[in-house]
Design a protein around this ligand. Structure first.
Ligand code: MN
Length: 725
């Protein structure tokens, strides 16, 4: 065995032992042996034996402090992808948890990122999170990428740019959300070096020159601080750091600042034992130097979403601004290693990392957007809804986003109606799948088509999830097979007549038939059958039109018409159901009050209007209180209740207070639409002071449904309050 490989592995074992002191190395050695054999003979682009890469990735995972299974999985992470190893091999030898981790990493490795469109990136990040299932998979994948970025110089230029782009768009933001600052910075700097080598070296060189100039200055500052802390008996580590290249680059180019305007270019970090000491140290620093106004931030009392805690303040000494960060050792560890550090503290090393409950916590963390640059209303809503969506790829790597539960048919129609209409088979991840297969995140879907395909089958309408696919299939039937549609629609319509007790002979009643054709907006029975056949019109509705007219005609000519007798035998037509039960009154006209738009779950009362049936109000409606106080009207109020067997949506109004900005209405409307909530009307008014009120009328099932909606909306950025209108 290569001496260098042996040494690398030994230092990995050392690293793991540093936090798992009683480590039994048998499994780890076995994994090393297995990976070594599997990658035997493979070389990396730089000429090193391939095994160096998994060892180095495992080392990064060990630096994060993850459990032994994660380290073993990191050693094996390329085995399924690049060698003959299978999931079952790994499961038999190292157990299911390890096999699942390796499998998860492999899936992420197979995701292709050829799509470069900015708006797809948030989707890709979401998909990554959704696919990873176990957060350790994400951490191992980040370690894998970090090592690849460290050795990227050996790749072709095109490959470098591609990997750097992915790193910037996917991996660095994920590391940030997971609170892993150190890894985030390194990923960003290495990616920037590939993407804009000139810009990188400009910033890096200027930073170097300045750092050289300011080294003595920083030393003086550190010494002063350290002396004063010691004088107050505060144990502290005082160190300094220079901002990483990419963050300076971003400030200089996106905010057009000069390096002189970046106040936190230099930072002095004070690490102490307790929170109490943090505030004491803060006091001392403020006595020693002059503070820049409005630059103090207390992330100890108000931690960032990714759990970052510190006190930040910017001071001025000898005319030079510098940031001071004060935190405890624990907070420092969390700042460097993020989520991994948190888990280590909370669950112990052999605890149930990756269990569902933990995952939930992590998901919430990943969803929270408050600390990202993209202060975007939509992305705030997107992420907590990614469970409703599934992200899959075309063989070329384009990302297609569909509702969860979608089938390959939905996918085919999402690409193009011609692809759907000529679909004859489907490969998912290289394997033949059936049409009812439920698409999973990250699937690569390859649709087989044939010019000789007979077109979609009617059953497909039931298999698809998206309205788009359903409409396109109907469209096809409408165009392609009129004869078949007519036959199909005719039998459906005739069945409907039978079901509702009408004899086929009603079709001989010219007037009634013409009335029906007019209502359906067609000119002949065949056209109507064709429309029913392709799903463009409902047979039930058409039959109702016919019956309506026959009833009307038979009332005008009250003679021995057999049809009329038949109709009389039918149960009398009911008023349209409304979901409201009025005690003692059947079939009365119901309307819902506009002032309070009640929905199931609300307490309600009915008001007998003068001639317009019963109007339904919420029992806490202001109008009810006023009216009940009026003696003349008291008696008109009657008890009513919701019919528990009625399940249609009701109209209600909501009011959203938000910071005013361009596109607010559109964003709210889109957000409502994304929740698949029908929107009846929407408008916004500025109320001054930079605020606006958005009024929307939506259709909801009940109060529980409404509160889900208002909760989601109120979590969006810029929104202050969501309440009922
Ligand atoms: Mn790898």
């Amino acid at each position: 065995m290569d001496q260098a490989v042996r040494q690398q592995y030994d230092s990995l074992v050392e690293k793991v032992k540093s936090y798992i002191p009683n480590l039994n190395t048998t499994r780890l050695d076995d994994a090393f042996e297995y990976a070594y054999q599997a990658h035997d003979g493979q070389k990396r682009k730089n000429g090193e034996p391939y095994i160096i890469h998994p060892i180095a990735s495992a080392f990064i995972v060990a630096e994060m402090g993850l459990d032994l299974d994660s380290i073993i999985a990191a050693l094996l992470h390329d085995c399924i992808e690049d060698t003959g190893a299978t999931y079952d091999d790994i499961k038999t030898r190292f157990g299911q948890p390890v096999a699942d981790l390796v499998n998860g990493v492999t899936k992420l490795t197979r995701v292709m990122f050829t799509s470069k469109e900015e708006e797809q990136m948030e989707n890709l990040r979401k998909m990554f999170i959704a696919m990873a299932k176990d957060i350790r998979v994400l951490l191992i994948k980040i370690a894998d990428r970090l090592h690849n970025m460290r050795t990227i110089n050996y790749q072709s230029e095109a490959k470098q740019r591609e990997k750097a782009h992915e790193t910037m768009q996917i991996y660095a933001p994920l590391a940030h959300r997971l609170g892993m600052q150190r890894i985030k910075w390194e990923l960003e700097d290495r990616a920037l070096q590939c993407l804009d080598p000139v810009g990188y070296s400009e910033v890096a060189e200027e930073l170097n020159v300045r750092t050289a100039n300011y080294t003595e200055f920083l030393e003086r500052i550190k010494t002063r601080i350290a002396e004063h802390l010691a004088a107050d008996d505060i144990d502290a580590v005082v160190e300094s750091r220079v901002k990483h290249v990419y963050s300076v680059y971003r400030k200089m180019y996106s905010q057009q600042k000069s390096m002189f305007e970046i106040y936190d270019l230099y930072a002095v970090r004070i690490i102490v034992d307790t929170v109490h000491d943090c505030y004491n140290a803060l006091g001392i620093v403020h006595e020693l130097f002059r503070a820049m106004p409005n630059r103090f931030k207390d992330y100890i009392n108000l931690p960032k979403a990714n759990k970052y805690q510190s006190l930040h303040t910017t001071m001025l000494a000898e005319g030079v601004p510098f940031e001071v960060q004060i935190r405890t050792h624990d907070m420092h560890h969390t700042a460097e290693y993020g989520i991994a550090a948190h888990w280590k503290d909370k669950s112990g090393l052999e605890g149930e990392l990756g269990s569902e409950q933990k995952l939930e916590w992590v998901r919430r963390l990943l969803e929270s957007q408050q600390d990202t640059e993209a202060e975007d209303f939509m992305s705030g809503l997107h992420t907590d809804m990614f469970d409703d969506e599934v992200f899959v790829f075309t063989p070329k790597g384009d990302l297609i986003n569909l509702p969860a539960g979608s089938s390959p048919i939905d996918f085919a129609y999402a690409i193009h109606s011609a692809v759907g209409n000529r679909m004859t088979g489907v490969f998912v991840n290289g394997r033949m799948a059936n049409f009812e297969y439920v698409l999973q995140n990250g699937d690569i879907v390859d649709i087989l088509t044939s010019a000789h395909s007979k077109g979609p089958s009617r059953d497909w309408i039931k298999m698809v999830k998206t309205g788009e696919a359903r409409n396109k299939i109907k469209q096809w039937f409408k165009k392609e097979c009129r004869e078949e549609n007519i036959a199909h629609g005719k039998s459906e319509f005739e069945n409907e007549l039978k079901r509702s007790g009408l004899p086929l002979s009603v079709l001989t009643n010219r007037d009634a038939v013409n009335f029906m054709l007019h209502r359906v907006s067609v000119t002949s029975l065949d056209d109507m059958y064709a429309a029913i056949g392709y799903g463009g019109h409902s047979a039930v509705k058409a039959a109702n039109f016919l019956r309506e007219e026959i009833v009307r005609i038979s009332r005008l000519q009250p003679d021995k018409n057999t049809i009329e007798e038949l109709i009389q035998a039918q149960k009398k037509p009911k008023t349209r159901p409304t979901g409201i039960v009025v005690q003692g009154l059947d079939n009365c006209l119901i309307k819902f009050a506009r002032c309070c738009t009640p929905i199931p779950g609300d307490g309600i009362v009915g008001f007998i209007t003068r001639g317009y049936g019963v109007s339904i109000h919420r029992d806490d409606c202001d109008n009810v209180k006023h009216s009940m106080a009026n003696e003349a009207e008291t008696e008109r109020w009657i008890p009513v209740s919701w019919d528990p067997n009625f399940h249609e949506a009701y109209q209600t109004a909501i009011q959203i207070s938000a910071r005013d900005r361009d596109g607010l209405v559109v964003d709210v409307a889109t957000a409502i639409n994304m929740m698949k909530v029908p929107l009846r009307s929407i408008n916004a008014d500025s109320i001054g002071g930079g605020y606006a009120i958005v009024n929307a009328v939506i259709m909801v099932k009940d109060t529980a449904h409404l509160s889900t909606i208002t909760n989601k909306l109120s979590r969006a950025s810029g929104v202050i309050e969501v309440k009922r209108g």
